[in-house]
Design a protein around this ligand. Structure first.
Ligand SMILES: [Ca+2]
Ligand SMILES: [Ca+2]
Length: 394
């Protein structure tokens, strides 16, 4: 199925819906609904009577996308069954500084497994990270990286931002001497723009990765029906898969990925309040140098971003020792600040959720963001409050 035109059309129908408030659901509106159903679907292990919803695992982290991205949002705190407060929507990645994975556990701690197979262990994130492994210890040199699920609102529109628009802000050797460099992660010839390490250039890549790694479902882009099972996990590799000829010979077809992308495109960023003075304060404090409010899209339109889609060295405090090929362990893609408002309840901040408030998150900015953090700490108390309210309102 051809996609480019389709995504465009779906934007149109959503815009119409917003403007008229009464557009009947049809065409791409239906696709977005079908995509939402796939996003919310509770997948089941193979074999099952319904080919189109089996293939979960054998190892996995959740049975649906919505478990970690409820309502299209991101990770949040919940009260667990045993009465603790913990983060739902966080995962543990395993890797070296150059991005090699653990030879036994693979890329990620898979906390669930299909019946008959044991999971790789469990993790809790609050009050601090505590991991229990059901298997051998991690390979020497393998570190753990906590990753929180970001909100997905307004994120599909980042695909409309051109590579040139992102590249023109990159300043890898800090030629202008402002202390901020900013690099792109080039993945298969394209500028990476999704994931904390900018590891996925397109929404389709990111969705296919999520299906494979988090749910254990293969697709033409990620033809791994056993998900994150490694060669050392023989029982996992021997488990049944749910691939079927009707689904491009995989567990999830290209069309299904496409429908999920159409759903994500329907999750618009919240409307922005027009607040010139606070936006200027945000810029004067240096925040807008990385959390750039808007970026230009393919047809010159302004896309709400609050990110420059660049990687920045954020200093030692945010360096967890796990890199990706071409991305250092201290480098993170500037996260978009859109959606603070919708998620202020139970929200945690930073890639590892180590900040409970926006002020805590700013306090941990080091490296390239050190000067901006210092400027924030020097603000008069009422300006500091205004700045925090502005960020919270995005
Ligand atoms: Ca599978
Ligand atoms: Ca694993």
């Amino acid at each position: 199925m051809k996609r480019g035109s389709k995504r465009g059309a779906s934007f149109v129908s959503i815009v119409l819906l917003t403007i008229t408030g009464s557009a009947s659901v049809q065409g791409d509106g239906l696709d977005a609904m079908a995509g939402k159903a796939l996003f919310d679907r509770l997948w089941v292990p193979a074999p099952a009577s319904t080919d189109a919803s089996d293939g979960l695992g054998p190892l996995f982290n959740a049975r649906s996308c919505a478990t970690c991205h409820a309502g299209g949002g991101g990770a949040r705190t919940i009260v667990t069954a045993d009465g603790r407060v913990d983060v739902l929507g966080a995962i543990l990645r395993f890797g070296t500084s150059t991005g090699a994975h653990d030879p036994y556990y693979g890329a990620q701690l898979s906390t669930q497994a299909v019946p008959g197979l044991s999971s790789e262990g469990s993790a809790q994130f609050l009050p601090g990270m505590h991991m229990t492994l059901d298997g051998p210890p991690l390979d020497p040199g393998i570190k753990t990286s906590i990753r929180l699920a970001p909100s997905l609102r307004g994120r599909a529109a980042f695909e409309e931002i051109t590579d040139a628009e992102i590249l023109k802000r990159a300043d890898p050797s800090d030629a202008d001497g402002d202390g901020i460099s900013g690099r792109v992660n080039i993945v298969a010839g394209r500028v990476g723009r999704y994931g904390w390490k900018a590891q996925n250039p397109t929404l389709d890549d990111q969705i296919a990765h999520a299906f494979a790694l988090d749910l254990g479902l293969s697709s033409p882009r990620q033809p791994h029906p056993h998900g994150d099972c490694t060669a050392a996990q023989t029982a996992c590799l021997a488990a049944a898969t749910g691939e079927s000829a009707a689904l491009d010979s995989r567990e999830v077809s290209n069309q299904m990925i496409d429908l999920v992308a159409t759903y994500l495109a329907s999750l618009a960023a919240p409307a922005r309040l027009d607040d010139g003075p606070r936006e200027r304060l945000f810029a004067d404090t240096g925040c807008a140098s990385c959390h750039t409010p808007t970026l230009s899209g393919k047809s010159g339109e302004q896309v709400d971003a609050f990110t420059d889609l660049l990687l920045h060295d954020m200093g030692q405090q945010l360096d967890d020792g796990v890199g990706e090929p071409g991305v250092a362990s201290s480098e993170w893609l500037t996260p978009s600040l859109l959606d603070g408002r919708a998620l202020s309840d139970g929200r945690r901040y930073l890639h590892d959720g180590s900040a409970a408030t926006i002020a805590d998150a700013i306090g941990k900015h080091g490296g390239e963001a050190q000067a901006s953090r210092d400027a924030f700490l020097k603000l008069a108390p009422n300006d500091r409050t205004r700045l925090l309210e502005y960020v919270k309102g995005l």
